[in-house]
Design a protein around this ligand. Structure first.
Ligand code: C2E
Ligand code: CA
Ligand code: CA
Length: 943
């Protein structure tokens, strides 16, 4: 130690020693720094860094030694063997590099210590080879103990330096390790220098190169410092760059780790998760500690695992550079989510696979929405496809957005011809071309376009009916939508229209003959009348009634009757010319209509109808003789409207029917007006029966000698709601004609019997019986029923019949009268003397009373003939023992005359006018006109 100090203090140039020490510290720190870099690097980079570390450290250690050697002034001239000096440099580099490499390759305590020892040994090797290169004129004496010490010191410090450096990249470690390595170099050098002693020997001739110590030292130091400086500045720049990179990496990491929307994580090449971001945690539920280190297949469903999807994904990503898949993934809690996953392989700068970057996105909501949207779209598509209507949607620029299949079907065009983006005009052109080809074109597309666009603009949604020449009918509707677009729908209404037409036809035509019916006729006439204003054509209406058609029906049945009508209809339909019509308006009632200018046209029409309608019709053994009646009326001559025209033609027809000579009658105002009034009366009569507008009045009949009431005659009255009370003479004949008398007579009989049954005294009631009633099948039964029903004793009922009633079928009439009489009912002969063979009548039947017609009584005082007839009737009665009643007694003189002539019974205004009720006899003075003492209602005794 002492020798070492002596050597250091006495034999060295301190300035150079200082330079060497500085260089030694810098070199040591640099060596540690470089070694750390080598540790941090991998593979080739590491090898390169190790080489650089070895070269730098070896050179600097050598330079330190060389400068220290130059500082050594043993007092003898020193030269250097160049080859050995260079060899020592190479040895330093190689051995140090070996030590560092060994320490690096495992980095455990043993290798680090061994490697560090090797570094220390390399320092020693370099030192002693450097000493060996020294050539002085003297001899070198070695102290073996110091030599050994110097080597051990180098090895120990070297090992310690690397051991400290390997403890971690901290500043303290850096400085400690650097100082330890500097100690290894410096302590070894000075101990080793102390171990040598040079004694001068002039016989020894130096063989080395003479080097100026100061110049050389400066040169070597400059090279070493330059190298170090270069390295330090490169390192500083690199550190700055690294810091920048780290900063951006940090920011990037914060960004990646902070992203919550996406799971972003890395896999190693085998698929093990190596890092994890917040998004991954949010989506899967795993925190980083739970998942880092696990294989990413834990996110897959069992099915996908069986299918080997995880491996497939990595291999695809590897093969194609990117793999994107969609599918179910499993969360930590076992629930599933629908994910879009992208995997990309990551390679280092040398193309070696480092792992995979994976980005996973939970698109469950998005997928659910997409499915919903798809479903909605599918539903819409299905609805559109299955609509019965064709539908096209156009945008505000009239461009087709969509068209359903039904539209193409309805217009019978290949659906591919309607493409989105086509204008409405284009579509009309397509349709026009198609229809032109099929020959069903009706309108040119430009016109159609104008009409349709006007409808789009007016927004009325009123359908446009398009009828094609092939009979197809379409209803096209344009419905504007808010933004200027519109929906066009197209309906094939052919079938509907046909059935409507059929219904309309059925409503307007007779189902049996197919001829127009009354409804159609009315419309046709209405139109014909309105057209008269335009073209001046008159309208002729022919009311046609077949004769004896009822007999065909009755004798041969309705089927044959129907055939007759059909035959006639067919016959007529074939004959019609323009502006003519033949309609069936009732069972055997037909109507012919013709619009005409000249009267001659009507004659021709009438002839045609006559020739055909009045031809015998034979069918299935039945024959309609082919006769009928035609009534003709003209518009505007005979009528102002359709109803009048129909009525007037009917009236004319009735006249023709009544006529024995004329088959065709033209309407004549006067004649036919009477008939009209009568027809009106008939209609009203029937409805009056329904509505009970009749009442019965009673006229008293008296015993003219005692003045006592013998009975009352029932006389019917019609209380017409508009015309007031109508006398029986105005309606009885009509009632007899139309048959209403049967019902009316029955009603009067029942009413009279019922009233009489309620009278205070058992007066007789006389009821008039019409001839029509007498011919009624079961008159006797009816009378009997009514008597039973009203409980009126038969002897209180008297029926009055006129002579004319028994003229027709006299035998039958008399038989019936006998049967009635047999019931106990008495029969009076009314209006006696006015008939043709009054005596014969009296002779043929045992009447109970003769009523002298009031005309004889009224005229008796003026006309002797009348008085004579009156007298003879009274005489006849006396001789036949039939009581005689005189009608129409109005005056006292008439009464006196009749009493004088021996008439016992009387009736007339003198005794009382017909009244709605009967009055008790005690209140009627025998010779007072009943008009002067109108009975009050309290005094009335009625039924
Ligand atoms: P009739 O059977 O000869 O009836 C007598 C008619 O003479 C009645 O007219 C009566 O009001 C009228 N009369 C009675 N006393 C006088 C008088 O002093 N002076 C005048 N000028 N006339 C008198 P009425 O009620 O208008 O009846 C007319 C005819 O109508 C009846 O003639 C009868 O033939 C018929 N008639 C009335 N009621 C019925 C009925 O219920 N059934 C049927 N079949 N015929 C009836
Ligand atoms: Ca009478
Ligand atoms: Ca009479």
């Amino acid at each position: 130690m002492l020798r070492t100090w002596d050597c250091l203090s006495g034999e060295h140039d301190w300035r150079l020693v200082l330079l060497a020490a500085t260089l030694c510290i810098l070199a040591s720190l640099t060596a540690i720094h470089l070694w750390w870099r080598a540790i941090a690097a991998q593979d080739t980079a590491r090898r390169i860094w190790l080489a650089i570390t070895g070269i730098m450290t070896g050179f600097c250690v050598w330079a330190t030694h060389f400068i220290a050697m130059l500082a050594y002034t043993p007092g003898l001239p020193m030269t250097y063997d160049v080859v050995l000096t260079a060899t020592s440099l190479i040895a330093a580099i190689v051995v140090i590099w070996c030590g560092l490499s060994y320490a690096t390759h495992r980095q455990n305590n043993a290798t680090v210590l061994t490697g560090g020892a090797c570094v220390g040994f390399g320092i020693a090797v370099m030192h002693y080879m450097g000493i060996a290169a020294l050539s002085v004129p003297g001899r070198l004496h070695w102290a073996p103990d110091l030599v050994a010490t110097s080597i051990v010191v180098a090895i120990v410090f070297g090992a310690a330096a690397l051991w400290v450096a390997a403890r971690g990249r901290r500043t303290l470690n850096f400085l400690s390790a650097g100082i330890l390595l500097a100690c290894a170099v410096s302590s070894h050098h000075f101990i080793a220098m102390g171990a040598v002693d040079i004694t001068a020997d002039p016989t020894v001739v130096p063989t080395g190169m003479d080097i100026s110590p100061k110049g050389m030292a400066v040169t070597v130091a400059a090279v070493a410092v330059g190298m170090l400086g270069l390295y330090i500045s490169a390192t500083a720049a690199s550190a700055r760059a690294q810091r920048g990179a780290q900063e951006s990496e940090r920011r990037f990491r914060i960004l990646v780790e902070g992203v919550k929307e996406y799971a972003i994580y890395l896999l190693d090449p085998k698929g093990v998760v190596t890092n994890w971001n917040a998004g991954a945690e949010r989506i899967t539920g795993y925190v980083a500690e739970e998942i880092v280190g696990r294989h990413f297949s834990c996110f897959y469903t069992d099915e996908d695992l069986i299918a080997g999807d995880p491996d497939k994904m990595l291999s695809t990503a590897l093969a194609t550079g990117r793999c994107e898949v969609e599918g179910w993934r499993v969360r930590k809690d076992g629930t599933r989510f629908w994910a879009v996953v992208v995997a990309q392989p990551i390679h280092d700068e040398n193309g070696i696979l480092m792992g995979f970057a994976k980005i996973t996105r939970d698109v469950s909501v998005h997928r659910a929405n997409r499915i919903k949207l798809e479903q909605a779209r599918n539903n819409l598509d299905r609805a559109l496809a299955n609509m019965s209507q064709g539908l096209c949607l156009f945008d505000a620029n009239e461009r087709l957005v969509l068209a359903n299949r039904r539209f193409a079907e309805i217009v019978d065009v290949d659906p591919s011809r309607f493409q989105p983006g086509m204008s409405y005009f284009d579509i009309l052109n397509v349709l026009a071309a198609e229809r032109r080809a099929k020959g069903t074109l009706l309108q040119n597309p430009a016109d159609t376009y104008r009409v349709h666009m006007a409808r789009v603009r007016d927004g009325s949604r009123k359908p446009i009916i398009v009828t094609l020449s092939n009979g197809q009918t379409l209803a096209v509707t344009h419905s504007p939508v808010a933004d200027g677009s519109w929906v066009m729908t197209c309906d094939d209404i052919t079938a509907r229209r046909l059935s409507e037409e059929k219904i309309a036809h059925m409503a307007q035509h007779d189902s049996l003959t197919g001829l127009p019916n009354r409804v159609y006729l009315a419309e046709y006439l209405q139109e014909a009348i309105s057209k008269y204003q335009e073209d001046g054509r008159h309208v002729a209406l022919l009311a046609i009634d077949l004769n004896r058609f009822k007999e065909i029906n009755d004798q041969h049945g309705h089927a044959i009757g129907d055939k007759v009508l059909s035959t006639l209809a067919a016959r007529m339909s074939g004959l019609l010319k323009p502006d003519e019509l033949f309609a069936r308006v009732g069972g055997d009632e037909f109507v012919g209509v013709k619009r005409y200018h000249e009267r001659a046209e009507i004659n021709e029409f009438l002839n045609r109808i006559e020739d055909n309608v009045f031809q015998p019709i034979r069918t299935d053994g039945a024959e309609l003789p082919g006769s009928g009646s035609i009534g003709v009326a003209f518009y505007p001559r005979d009528a102002h409207n359709v109803e009048q025209l129909l009525n007037n033609a009917d009236l004319a027809m009735y006249r023709a029917k009544a006529s024995l000579t004329r088959k065709i009658c033209f309407y004549e105002a006067e004649m036919d007006e009477l008939a009209r009034a009568r027809r009106t009366l008939v209609t009203e009569l029937w409805s009056a029966l329904e509505r009970e507008q009749f009442i019965v009045h009673y006229q008293v009949q008296k015993d003219m000698q005692t003045g006592l009431t013998t009975g009352y005659e029932a006389l019917v009255r019609w209380q017409h709601p508009e015309r007031g009370q109508i006398p029986p003479s105005d309606f009885i004949p009509v009632a007899e004609e139309c048959g209403a008398i049967l019902k009316l007579g029955e009603w009067v009989l029942r009413q009279a019997c019922s009233d009489a049954a309620g009278w205070a005294e058992p007066w007789k009631v006389a009821v008039n019986l019409s001839a029509v009633q007498l011919s009624h099948l079961d008159l006797v039964g009816l009378i009997e029923d009514i008597l039973i029903e009203t409980r009126l004793p038969p002897e209180r009922l008297e029926l009055e019949i006129t002579e004319t009633s028994i003229i027709g079928d006299k035998k039958r009439a008399l038989r019936i009268l006998s049967q009635i009489k047999a019931l106990g009912v008495s029969i009076a002969i009314d209006d006696f003397g006015t008939g043709y063979s009054s005596l014969d009548t009296l002779n043929s039947f045992p009447f109970d009373k003769i009523k002298i017609d009031r005309s004889f009584i009224m005229e008796a005082e003026r006309r002797p003939q009348s008085k004579a007839i009156m007298r003879s009737i009274l005489a006849l009665g006396r001789s036949l023992a039939v009581p005689v009643l005189a009608e129409g007694i109005e005056t006292e003189s008439q009464l006196a005359m009749l009493i004088e002539e021996g008439c016992l019974e009387g009736q007339g205004y003198l005794f009382g006018k017909p009244m709605p009720s009967v009055v008790p006899s005690s209140q009627i003075p025998s010779s007072q006109a009943p008009s002067s003492q109108a009975p009050s209602s309290q005094e009335c005794v009625t039924g």
